[in-house]
Write a protein that binds this ligand. Structure first.
Ligand SMILES: [Mg+2]
Length: 172
């Protein structure tokens, strides 16, 4: 955990988008890939030899959230939910997330469902996503929403924790 952020100020739920946030699918969205997916040399490929991989800092960030006891969830708009689920599984991520909203729709629907399932206030949630329209929509709910340009990095993650803690302080 960051020294400057106390346990009290940690988010109660961290939500991640997938494409261009947690993983890279050979420069495209996962619903533009060509299954079947295969594992060769511990790497995941689609039929067109596009590699699906987590961005460099992601595994250690997820480990840190687990170590800090902060639950994690997924919210991702995709036209191919079964493909996304299979890739989550192949990457060994299935156990990480307490909720997963994976289907085309609006992020507002995803977040309404997450709120219902978790019972956690929007103001206690932290979102990472690479699309500005999602950031704008979800931040209106009161969720601390952080734009990721191309892949979540340790720097973005730590700055987000500080921003969330500061927003919390302003409300108290
Ligand atoms: Mg995305």
């Amino acid at each position: 955990m960051l020294d400057s952020v106390g346990q009290m100020d940690l988010p109660k739920l961290i939500i991640f988008d997938l494409d261009f946030t947690l993983w890279d699918c050979g420069g495209t969205w996962c619903d533009c890939l060509s299954p079947p997916f295969t594992v060769r040399n511990n790497r995941i490929w689609d039929r067109g030899d596009r590699q699906i991989r987590l961005y460099e800092d992601v595994s250690s960030i997820l480990d840190q959230c687990d170590a800090d006891g902060v639950p994690m969830a997924l919210a991702t708009r995709t036209e191919q939910p079964p493909w996304a689920r299979e890739l989550i599984d192949l990457l060994g991520l299935s156990h990480r997330f307490v909720h997963a909203e994976i289907y085309p729709s609006s992020k507002l629907k995803h977040f309404a469902e997450l709120q219902k399932a978790s019972g956690i206030d929007f103001a206690e949630m932290l979102l990472f996503d690479d699309e500005m329209r999602n950031i704008l929509e979800v931040s209106k709910l009161g969720v601390t929403s952080i734009l990721v340009k191309e892949g979540l990095t340790r720097q973005i993650f730590e700055d987000a924790f500080r921003k969330h803690a500061a927003q919390r302080e302003r409300r108290d």
